[in-house]
Design a protein around this ligand. Structure first.
Ligand code: B1M
Length: 209
């Protein structure tokens, strides 16, 4: 069998098919690392690109992520203990006072699918928590999402806490969410802004390259 079959099933959002093909690949002694990189991540890269270009929509992206997770469940136990090469660690969350998480979770999935280790703190995350977890986990990037004009201001507070802790040079900050713009990101001193989930993955690659 070819890994391209798994890639196609990930893109098509078919969890059962991905599971079946992944099992087949493992039975054929295909290297689990290769299944992750050349089938799952390759598929999610295509999904990210299509989503960014408006060729795929939110429900399809969610199905693709679900399909990838179904395959990952089979492969993960085989690589636990081995170090899965990670492109970097990103702490992500929706800012304090904000409960919107659909877009943030899409970003998290796309980052995971691109090979980053993602620590998803959920919603209503205080600036101090973003910074404490990033410090504890040696994260290279903090990613903040906001959907309300009232809560997007909290992004600046996190940057202030990073400065107070002397970590501003070590940890990069990216921001996004419907009311957030490139100008706003610059104004608060963030390192980057992404308008959608696919661009967020590209941005993190760029920042860490
Ligand atoms: Co709310 N809501 N909501 N809501 N909600 C909006 C945001 C709103 C624009 C609706 C409106 O009035 N037209 C409005 C905000 C107005 C404003 O501030 N200007 C609003 C309001 C007012 C509220 C409440 C205050 C309503 C009330 O109770 N009176 C309340 C606030 C609760 C709170 O947070 N404290 C509220 C509640 C809710 C629900 C709980 C009902 C639900 C959220 C469910 C959930 O998330 N689990 C909800 C929803 C669903 C929406 C809308 C309809 C859809 C948001 C969404 O999921 N979009 C929204 C209206 C709208 O946007 N059309 C609205 C889909 C998602 C894929 O897009 O999140 O933009 P988005 O994410 C994109 C990009 O922005 C980007 O990538 C994603 C994928 O492409 N992105 C990032 C996002 N985060 C990123 C981070 C990055 C990079 C890119 O780097 C880290």
């Amino acid at each position: 069998m070819s890994l391209e079959e798994i890639t196609s099933a990930v893109i098509a959002g078919q969890p059962e098919k991905v599971k079946e093909l992944t099992q087949k690949a493992l039975d054929e002694k295909i290297d689990p690392d290769s299944i992750i990189n050349d089938a799952f991540i390759a598929g999610m890269n295509v999904v990210g690109k299509r989503f960014k270009e408006g060729e795929m929509y939110v429900p399809e992206v969610l199905m693709a992520a679900k399909a990838m997770s179904a395959g990952m469940e089979l492969v993960k136990p085989l690589v636990t203990g081995q170090s899965i090469p990670s492109k970097g660690t990103i702490v992500i969350g929706t800012v304090k006072g904000d409960l919107h998480d659909i877009g943030k979770n899409l970003v998290a999935m796309m980052l995971e699918g691109s090979g980053f280790e993602v620590i998803n703190l959920g919603v209503d995350v205080a600036p101090e928590r973003f910074v404490a977890v990033a410090k504890e986990k040696n994260a290279q990037i903090i990613g903040m999402s906001a959907l309300l004009t009232t809560t997007m201001l909290c992004m600046k507070d996190t940057i202030e806490v990073l400065k107070e802790e002397g970590l501003r040079d070590k940890i990069k900050v990216i921001v996004g969410g419907a009311p957030v713009s490139r100008d706003f990101a610059e104004e608060i001193g963030a390192d980057g802004f992404a308008p959608d989930a696919g661009s967020a993955a590209d941005l993190c690659e760029e920042i860490l390259s």
